[in-house]
Write a protein that binds this ligand. Structure first.
Ligand code: SF4
Length: 477
């Protein structure tokens, strides 16, 4: 960092660095209007895999497998839709695009979310064909192969700007990572539940904590945005243990994910737990206990992490025991706001989830933290009240500087559409410039970025080029 940069101590031993120029506030410009229907800038579209059991067996709490996609029930709306279409990815994308259009959602920037099991364990042909068909449907054009489909999508009407794959920590070897990069994946979610070998054994996870640690480092080094699935209340755990392990996830630099989905354990029909819970005398947390633990967890989550979801939405008729209230998050957040409690987690600070009149003067703040044998720079565009307009994640390790995420918040607008949302007033460009400055100050003459296929054109305009492997966008600094 330049000597002009001022370094202030920040919570939890992190450093908050405020650049002098940024400190005076970068004007966002007049006329930003609050998003009417904010969805963080992109429109998600889920595509469900055909049923296939996970190769290690079944985790104790997990329904599905043989005839229903693993970890889902045949009464889940997304699964019922996919079933009707025989799990054909092309048809699923086509149908969803039409529905989204009818609902007046923008469909030019799509995040593809692949769910229903462990995708990386499917046969090679199935995987490549699955992804190719998704791109073909977005492109409205058949292609010869995946590479051609991706190329067409760079300028297509419906661009895949991000892709998320759910995965297991023990399916993140170098070859798996190469494959995910080839598919155009930008975000990986792994099931961590609670990082404890004894709990893994009791719940038949089939991997250990070391797998989580290694997967975390490899995925971050590859530039993926990384999400953990967290499950408090597992058989063999209790509130004290859960909280201790949850704290460890952020205290210990070997973990520190970018995102979380927190799904307290429930007993669901067709899961092994449904058959054994009486025998092992297991009771999941009740509503009060669930709320209590979630509140405590939320208070621990640092600025750089976003809680994507809380509570799994299993259909009520499939729930044998557990919390029925699925919108607990709303109550919890309301409670935080009423009490004026400052929660650092990203989503609560996003422009789209804050209703009050906004102060539009924002500046870039930089949080530095160590993670998985590398250094992370978390850049955020915020105003005085901590409302978040955009963020960037830069990782530096060994001889590499890589941007893992660039995200500008606001309502999703169609590409090229006039609008005064934060997405369209150059915040992304300013964040990129700052990241390039930091990379240079750290002695790098090259910066790479993991890019959704549909965002390559944007980075080209900023001087980035697709690398020889056709995976990352790279710029000489
Ligand atoms: S790894 Fe995930 S999908 Fe597979 S059995 Fe376990 S919870 Fe279910």
């Amino acid at each position: 960092m330049s000597t002009k940069d001022k370094i202030e101590r920040f919570r939890g031993g992190q450093k908050l660095i405020t650049n002098n120029r940024a400190r005076s506030g970068v004007e966002l410009g007049l006329g930003i209007k609050k998003p009417v229907r904010s969805i963080s800038g992109v429109t998600p579209l889920t595509v469900v895999l055909a049923p296939k059991k996970c190769s290690h067996g079944t985790c104790i709490y997990c329904p599905g497998g043989e005839h229903v996609p693993q970890s889902y029930t045949d009464k889940s709306p997304a699964i019922m839709r996919a079933m009707k279409l025989k799990y054909d990815p092309y048809e699923q994308v086509k149908v969803r695009l039409n529905v989204l259009k009818l609902m007046k959602h923008p469909t030019d920037k799509i995040e593809i979310i692949i769910l229903g099991g462990t995708f990386l364990q499917y046969p090679k042909n199935y995987k490549y064909n699955f992804i190719k068909k998704i791109f073909d449907a977005l492109n409205n054009k058949d292609s010869k192969n995946l590479e051609e489909a991706k190329k067409i999508n760079e300028k297509a009407k419906h661009r895949c700007v991000a892709m998320c794959i759910e995965n297991r920590p023990d399916n993140c070897a170098d070859k798996d990572i190469k494959e995910m990069l080839k598919f155009g994946c930008t975000r990986v979610e792994i099931g961590v539940q609670m990082p404890d070998d004894e709990l893994y054994r009791k719940t038949n996870r089939g991997h250990n904590v070391q797998d989580v640690v290694e997967a975390t480092e490899r995925l971050k080094n590859a530039g993926f945005k990384l999400g953990y699935h967290i499950m408090p209340g597992l058989p063999g755990s209790d509130k004290e243990k859960d909280l201790k392990l949850f704290k460890k996830i952020f205290k210990d630099e070997k973990f520190r994910p970018d995102q979380l989905k927190i799904y307290p354990c429930q007993i669901i029909e067709d899961s092994p737990l449904a058959k054994t819970y009486k025998l092992i005398k297991y009771t999941p947390y009740n509503e009060k206990e669930t709320k209590e633990i979630l509140i405590k967890m939320m208070k621990i989550i640092p600025d750089y992490c976003r809680v994507m979801r809380m509570m799994r939405e299993f259909p009520k008729e499939k729930l044998i025991k557990g919390t029925e209230k699925l919108d607990l998050r709303k109550d919890i957040e309301e409670e935080f706001r009423n009490k004026g409690l400052k929660i650092r987690e990203i989503r609560m600070r996003e422009i789209g989830f804050n209703k009050k009149t906004l102060d539009l003067n924002a500046k870039i703040k930089i949080i530095e933290y160590q993670a998985s044998n590398g250094k992370e720079y978390f850049l955020e565009f915020i105003n005085k009240e901590d409302i978040l307009f955009g963020l960037l994640r830069l990782r530096i390790f060994d001889k590499t500087a890589i941007i893992r995420e660039l995200h500008v918040y606001g309502q999703a607008l169609n590409l090229g559409e006039e609008g005064a949302e934060s997405q369209h007033i150059g915040l992304g460009k300013k964040l990129m410039q700052k990241a390039e400055e930091i990379a240079k100050e750290n002695g790098f003459n090259k910066l790479k970025i993991i890019s959704g296929v549909g965002v390559r054109e944007y980075y080209k305009k900023l001087g980035y080029k697709l690398d020889d492997d056709r995976v990352y966008m790279i710029k000489k600094l």
